[in-house]
Design a protein around this ligand. Structure first.
Ligand code: FAD
Length: 648
């Protein structure tokens, strides 16, 4: 029997859309006998042609200012430029956009693609959805996925003959689906009277409302397809297997930029590149390949009872019992490596287990109370509890295993179902005019306390790794070229830079670039510059990043105006950057309205992004009595005069 298939395209910057698309591909094949051909959107015309695709599902995020992720930009351009209004009239589609409502261009990439597909004649077979990180994406993604499968099957069924399956094949597969006991999606398990988790308050291990239920709707059990053989050998230097073009660099300097009394330490890193062809400009970011923490990996190895075999070589292959057609050995794990290597360098052991993994854990658990609770957590009825206690608290797979001591999953399951460890991005704060083969960036150290279900203390994965590696360590990096976050082409265009905390990083790059340009370019007169920096910290004595450098830029006339906010200083009138913007409202409004200023906002504080936009809108409205201020703000954004570089 030929199988139904559809095209599943993803646009992913940090790996989230990719991991969701891969999860969807597994569910399609395991639970619905549908084959999803999964490609990056930019594989268009290489791996797929839209002209030949009857059904397409798109999963995409947007970057800071609503642009497409870097592996979707070609697709985006092609779709936007297409002139034929019937180009996609043969196609049925739907879109899952990922975004954050704190940004004005929420889910812009997904929304634009959704609109454009419709304009080009495609028909939405199922409503598109916009998942909002500000309130938790899973509250949208979970119900959207539940509705997707019946809609997709109906659509594939209707176009049956024109795709690969015949009508009789289709009814066969529907029957198979309905009759399969393995995948039966409900469970009826009596609660044992000795529920060991019973407590007065609801926690990760107990919810009074769920224990009363006698029937739970479980996701069908995913099929797993990997087998692992062990080859006893000494640990080797494995070749990392990283997708994409990375450059080798060396850590040459690491420095703490904050005072001991600062609430959060901020570090600065310098990397020296060994290759010539690395190119970057101020405004770009760098993608850093990192590794998980050694202690955390050891804890996981111990919990899996694999400590004594941790250095044996794994031979990962497709299991002989495999029935999954789409089964493949993960490409991000080297063909020959140890479990220690895979857990350290290839797998995201920190991410919260998705429900399909929890479903598999149920069958690896011997204690009846633990089994029941795991069923609750992955059931439809337990969706809110799963979001509240696992996703929102960022519980890792190790946390879950610690809470359920009788759960002993097989290693191949983890290798197959944990997502790949993704590189992290950092805004470059140096200029290529200084040294085109050296880059600098800064990062905040992240620490998460062991509470609310988290069973051990942990730091941010990449920032911890950057902090622990020795000088001289090789670091794999890639540039992320910014589409629009660039200095204006004309010297006298006013530049308004708003960057609290580490958000100041790209502006240091801008100012350094202007400073070095003034030294090296004939006719570059710093007197023509019109640069404004709004910086925010907690306490000017503790965490004013790059203070001396910024003062130097002021002295040499590269930075014309500096305004600092300090959120934890008593008796200081400006707590947040928006207070300083308001205090200088008339000047700012004039620069924007009359002098075509470009506004740049950068940082990791989502609320700041929203508040800064509201403040600027308010200032403009009050100063110039602009009636439709939202339209005016949108025009600033579309004309690339209001630019964001935001992360969370
Ligand atoms: P992770 O291990 O990834 O942990 C951070 C994540 O943990 C958060 O995303 C959050 O979802 C989650 N979390 C929140 N609370 C908890 C909790 N209680 N327990 C467990 N987990 C929790 N960062 C900088 O510092 N400087 C920069 O210049 C910079 N530039 C960037 C530019 C771009 C374009 C982007 C996309 C990001 C940038 N970032 C920057 C962010 C950076 O990429 C990383 O996300 C950040 O350093 C954290 O990485 P990490 O691996 O240390 O933390």
């Amino acid at each position: 029997m030929k199988k139904w298939r559809f095209l599943l395209g993803f646009g992913s910057e940090t790996g989230q859309s990719k991991s969701i698309a891969q999860g969807m591909g597994d569910i399609a094949s395991d639970q619905h006998q549908i084959c999803a051909d999964i490609f990056e959107l930019d594989e268009i015309d290489k791996q797929f042609k839209l002209e030949d695709e009857p059904v397409m599902v798109i999963v995409t995020s947007s970057t800071g200012d609503g642009e497409p992720p870097s592996n979707a930009s070609k697709f985006w351009r092609k779709i936007r430029r297409e002139k034929n209004p019937q180009f996609l009239s043969h196609m049925k589609y739907t879109v899952l956009g990922l975004g954050d409502t704190n940004y004005s261009n929420f889910c812009n990439c997904g929304r634009v693609l959704d609109r454009r597909f419709e304009e080009l004649g495609a028909t939405r077979f199922y409503p598109s959805a916009w998942a909002d990180d500000a309130v938790g994406m899973d509250s949208t993604i979970e119900p959207w996925l539940q509705g997707l499968w019946p809609a997709l099957k109906e659509t594939l069924g209707k176009i049956g003959n024109s795709t690969e399956a015949s009508v009789s094949d289709i009814s066969d597969s529907i029957n198979q689906l309905n009759l399969s006991t393995e995948n039966k999606p409900t469970v009826n398990r009596q609660l044992s009277s000795s529920n060991k988790f019973k407590s007065d308050e609801d926690t990760i291990t107990y919810s009074s409302s769920l224990t009363e239920l006698t029937t739970l709707t479980l996701p069908p059990k995913p099929t797993h397809s990997l087998a692992v053989k062990l080859i006893e050998s000494a640990e080797n230097a494995y070749q990392p297997s990283i997708e994409g073009q990375y450059h080798a660099s060396t850590l040459t300097r690491r420095e703490c930029l904050t005072h001991d009394a600062a609430v959060k330490a901020v570090m600065s890193i310098n990397l020296q590149l060994s290759e010539e062809e690395f190119a970057f400009e101020p405004g770009d970011a760098v993608k850093v390949v990192c590794a998980n923490n050694e202690n955390e990996v050891n804890l996981l190895l111990k919990r899996l009872q694999w400590m004594d075999k941790a250095s044996y070589q794994l031979d990962i292959s497709i299991s002989p019992d495999n029935t999954k057609k789409s089964a493949k050995v993960p490409t991000y794990i080297p063909l020959m490596c140890s479990l220690r290597y895979a857990l350290t360098n290839c797998l995201d052991i920190r991410s919260s287990p998705r429900k399909n993994l929890l479903r598999l854990f149920v069958d690896c658990t011997t204690d009846e109370d633990e089994k029941r609770r795991l069923e609750e957590l992955c059931s439809k009825e337990g969706s809110e509890v799963y979001i509240k206690y696992i996703l929102e608290e960022h519980l890792s797979v190790l946390d879950i295993l610690n809470h359920f001591p009788s759960c002993q999953p097989d290693v191949p399951i983890l290798i197959e179902f944990l997502p790949s460890l993704m590189p992290r991005f950092y805004s470059i704060c140096s200029s290529p005019l200084d040294d085109a083969r050296s880059i600098q960036f800064v990062y905040s150290l992240l620490k998460f306390e062991p509470k609310n279900g988290r069973t051990y203390e942990r730091n941010g994965v990449c920032t911890n790794w950057l902090n622990e590696i020795d000088l001289g360590t090789k670091v794999q990096i890639q540039t992320r070229i910014s589409q629009h976050f660039r200095l204006p082409l004309t010297l006298d265009t006013p530049v308004i830079m708003i960057g609290p905390g580490t958000g100041v990083a790209p502006f240091i790059g801008f100012l350094e670039h202007l400073h070095l340009s003034s030294k090296s370019i004939n006719g570059f007169d710093v007197n023509n510059l019109n640069t404004w920096l709004f910086y925010g910290c907690r306490h000017r004595q503790h965490d004013f990043l790059f203070e001396e450098q910024i003062q130097m830029y002021q002295q040499i006339n590269v930075l014309k105006h500096l305004f600092v906010a300090a959120s934890r200083e008593d008796n200081y009138p400006y707590r947040y950057v928006q207070d300083q913007l308001r205090a200088n409202g008339k000047d700012i409004a004039d620069l924007i309205y009359h002098r075509n200023a470009v506004i740049y906002v950068c940082g990791d504080i989502k609320v700041m992004v929203r508040d800064v936009r509201e403040t600027i809108a308010q200032i403009l409205k009050e100063t110039f009595d602009i009636q439709n201020i939202e339209e005016y703000m949108k025009s600033l954004e579309t004309s690339r005069r209001y630019l964001l570089d935001i992360w969370s």
